[in-house]
Design a protein around this ligand. Structure first.
Ligand code: BGC
Length: 753
């Protein structure tokens, strides 16, 4: 913290200086005011490495200072390990300080709504609890170093197609329970110094101009006390944005300073609103300047080792028939390596997150080192680039098949070409390129022991899965991803990952199919709450691999879960306890996942929802009791009429297991809900009047004269579902418009009292 006296400075700044402070000095720096000793700070991307642009950057995103390229969020998130995320965050914080960076632009907490979103590799999960908790841990880690983060892209930026203006049409409940929920957890649990608002519109309003989003929800409800920065170029109308709660328009946009000045002068923007934005800019500088200027040494080796640990921890073993993996020394020496990605790793996605890695491990070299011999290699396929393919696939395939014939295990490295995954456009396909699938099929004809190792930033379909005995999903594992894969294949390290997104069988099964990426600048979130596994479970759709799935090299058993309820209503808490035991012969870790189901409710509820998780590491034979406390919020839904969270009484099921479709133990609890009183109006139905605690007893006497027998189940339906205003014009003797008006006034009087 520098000793900037924010309030004094605010009173000494001229109007012009204040306006200047609400944008940048350059693409990456804040404005300094020398006369008042206000320094400038530097911000930079993010999220999985420090991309400090070298001065010549222009549009060349590769022109950056070297920095550790940690695994992308796709891999990091798959570790389901908050402690690890914090450690990676700390290392990123140290590297930020070493580069003089005050705010690292990340993490991303957008929900993976559709597998084809081009930027899914920068996001953590399809589930808001998981995404929000991981983001919060990442933030805590970075900020433990005194520099800030920028939680992005707030909000509902779930596709790259038309991202600058598309309007995401989402109902309020879905926003609250899914898309905002991820950010809410990250804000409350991580307390980021800054939040970056997205380019897109939400229900017609640009995020950058949305007072409800940036001020009412973010600050007033969630208690965010930092600065909101625009995504680069998202503040189109700065006066409107400042009024909505956007403090800092980036990159430098001095050309629009006059718009802000004019708005203050003509009164359409209050100076108080401008001051609020300036205050937050100064606070950001004050919070981060000192840490960003002490320039510690970076231990590159240690950070590379951490990147390697994290990549292995996020590698998901999807399938391992007959325990083909791990390969022992002899099996490894007899193996052959196939696939260009073993030699030329795909380790990060394209766009603003591109890191200029300090070094790069490839799996081929790492495997040869582990084997102590030159394992044979064939590239097997050509990789598609922006200008098409660059090799003769028939010849490459024939060479690889000959290598595989008669070999021991085939380690086959497949994945998406880099051109498929980038910021600013969405993926063209769900499957692997055709030439790779043909290669796999041809190899499987001559060798049964095929291990497929995948490099891709989000789910790919796997119609070929039966042809591989083992499948290792390594995602985009950062600069040490190659050696991490070797660690996993040889068993030096267990594959610690679990899926943070469902792998569907077909694109047509995906929840947003038909509603992605929209048209005419609108995308309708027609699947509502049923995002990711919520959809596949509600519709009982088979998937290739379910959310939460991932194998290790040992096995675990679960004891009976116990669940105890304390308190009631919004304050209710449920203590959940379960004992897990490592029943295999190797040490290993298990991700214990807690799901909640609400089988009977007055609104639609997903089949089950992840509410808590813990990663436990156990020696062979060891047991551990894992405990969780669920809160009222974990049972609540966003009430679409009351516009708040509500715990509805009734029975809840607590399900615990190793994936969303591998639930091992469950308990049923009965929870006393809160009183839910829906507001009444002339449009309310008679049933709603009768259920109302004040109106009910007042209305009942009139029903003695009901022309329709209320004990007749069919006929009563007509009258009970009729609006009060209709019944007041005919139907119930004595119940007229005046009676209705008096009744509503009485309800209001008693409710207020
Ligand atoms: C991206 C952000 C990034 C910013 C600065 C934008 O286009 O959406 O994620 O932080 O550029 O590079």
């Amino acid at each position: 913290m520098t000793d900037l006296d924010v309030e004094r400075l605010l009173s000494e700044l001229t109007l012009e200086e204040k306006v200047a402070l609400t944008t940048g000095a350059t693409a990456w720096t804040s404005v300094a005011v020398e006369r008042l000793d206000i320094p400038s700070i530097t911000v930079t991307d993010g999220p999985h490495g420090v991309r400090l642009a070298t001065p010549s950057e222009g549009f060349d995103l590769t022109a950056a200072e070297p920095a550790t390229c940690f695994p992308t969020a796709a891999t990091l998130g798959s570790a389901w390990d908050l402690e690890l995320l914090e450690r990676v965050g700390e290392a990123l914080g140290v590297e930020s300080r070493a580069h003089g960076v005050a705010v690292l632009l990340g993490p991303g907490a957008n929900i993976k709504r559709h597998p084809l979103c081009g930027r899914n590799f920068e996001y953590f999960s399809e589930d808001p609890v998981l995404s929000g908790e991981l983001a919060a841990a990442f933030i805590r880690g970075v900020q433990s170093q005194g520099v800030g983060t920028s939680l992005k892209h707030y909000a509902v930026n779930n596709q790259e197609t038309d991202r600058m203006r598309v309007s995401a049409q989402v109902d309020e409940r879905t926003l609250r329970e899914i898309y905002l929920h991820s950010f809410e957890r990250a804000v409350k649990g991580g307390k980021p110094y800054t939040v970056m608002c997205s380019y897109n519109r939400i229900n017609g309003t640009y995020a950058a101009e949305d007072h409800w989003l940036l001020t009412e929800v973010l600050r007033e409800e969630w208690g965010f006390d930092g600065l909101v920065v625009s995504d680069w170029g998202a503040a189109r109308n700065r006066p409107r944005s400042i009024a909505a709660g956007l403090d800092w328009a980036m990159p430098a946009s001095p050309a629009t300073n006059d718009d802000v000045l004019a708005a203050v002068r003509d009164g359409s923007l209050s100076e108080a609103d401008l001051d609020t934005a300036v205050r937050r800019v100064l606070q950001m500088v004050a919070r981060t300047w000192a840490a960003a200027n002490d320039r510690p040494e970076v231990d590159d080796d240690a950070h590379h080792a951490l990147a390697r640990e994290a990549a292995a921890a996020g590698t998901v073993l999807l399938k391992n028939d007959g325990d083909l993996l791990p390969l022992d020394a002899q099996a490894l020496r007899g193996a052959v390596v196939v696939g260009e990605f073993a030699r030329t790793p795909r380790f990060q996605g394209a766009g603003s997150s591109l890191v200029n890695a300090t070094r790069l491990d490839d799996a081929l070299t790492a495997l040869r080192e582990a084997a102590g011999t030159e394992l044979p290699f064939a590239p097997g396929f050509s990789v598609e680039g922006p200008g098409g393919r660059d090799g003769d696939d028939d010849a490459l395939r024939a060479e690889a098949v000959e290598l595989a014939r008669g070999a021991g295990t085939v380690l086959l490295f497949l994945g998406l070409p880099a051109v498929d995954e980038s910021e600013s456009y969405d993926r063209p396909r769900l499957g692997l390129p055709e030439n790779q699938v043909r290669l796999l099929e041809a190899i499987a004809e001559v060798n049964e022991d095929v291990v497929v190792v995948l490099a891709n930033g989000s789910a790919v379909s796997m119609p070929w899965a039966a042809r591989a005995r083992a499948i290792v999903e390594a995602w985009l594992g950062g600069q040490a991803g190659g050696s991490a894969v070797a660690d996993v294949l040889t068993g030096a390290v267990e594959p610690g990952g679990r899926l943070t997104e469902t792998i569907p069988l077909r694109l047509e099964d995906a929840p947003a199919f038909g509603n992605f990426p929209g048209e005419a600048h609108e995308v309708r979130y027609g699947e509502g709450l049923l995002v990711g596994y919520r959809w596949y479970d509600a519709r009982a759709i088979d998937v290739a691999f379910p959310f939460g799935h991932g194998l290790g090299y040992t096995t675990f058993s679960y004891g009976d879960v116990s669940a105890e309820v304390r308190g009631s209503g919004a304050e209710v808490e449920v203590d959940v306890r379960v004992t897990v035991t490592n029943t295999g012969s190797r040490a290993g870790s298990e991700v214990v996942q807690v799901y909640v189901a609400d089988p009977v409710a007055s609104v639609q509820r997903p089949e089950r929802e992840l509410r808590a998780f813990a990663k436990v590491h156990l020696e062979p034979g060891a047991s551990h009791e894992v405990s969780f406390t669920l809160s009222g919020r974990d049972l609540a839904f966003w009430h679409p009429i009351l516009h708040r969270w509500v715990v509805e009484g009734g029975v809840f099921e607590i399900l615990v297991g190793a994936s969303s479709r591998d639930l091992r133990t469950s308990a049923v609890v009965e929870v006393e809900g809160e009183e839910i009183v829906l507001p009444l109006s002339p449009e309310s139905s008679l049933a709603e009047f009768l259920n109302h605690p004040v109106a009910g007893p007042l209305v009942e006497p009139f029903l003695e004269h009901s022309p329709v027998p209320l004990d007749d189940p069919q006929l009563s339906f007509f009258i009970l579902e009729s609006q009060a205003q209709t019944l007041a014009t005919f139907g119930i003797p004595g119940f007229d418009r005046q009676t209705l008006a008096d009744l509503l006034a009485e309800v209001e009087r008693r409710s207020a009292g």
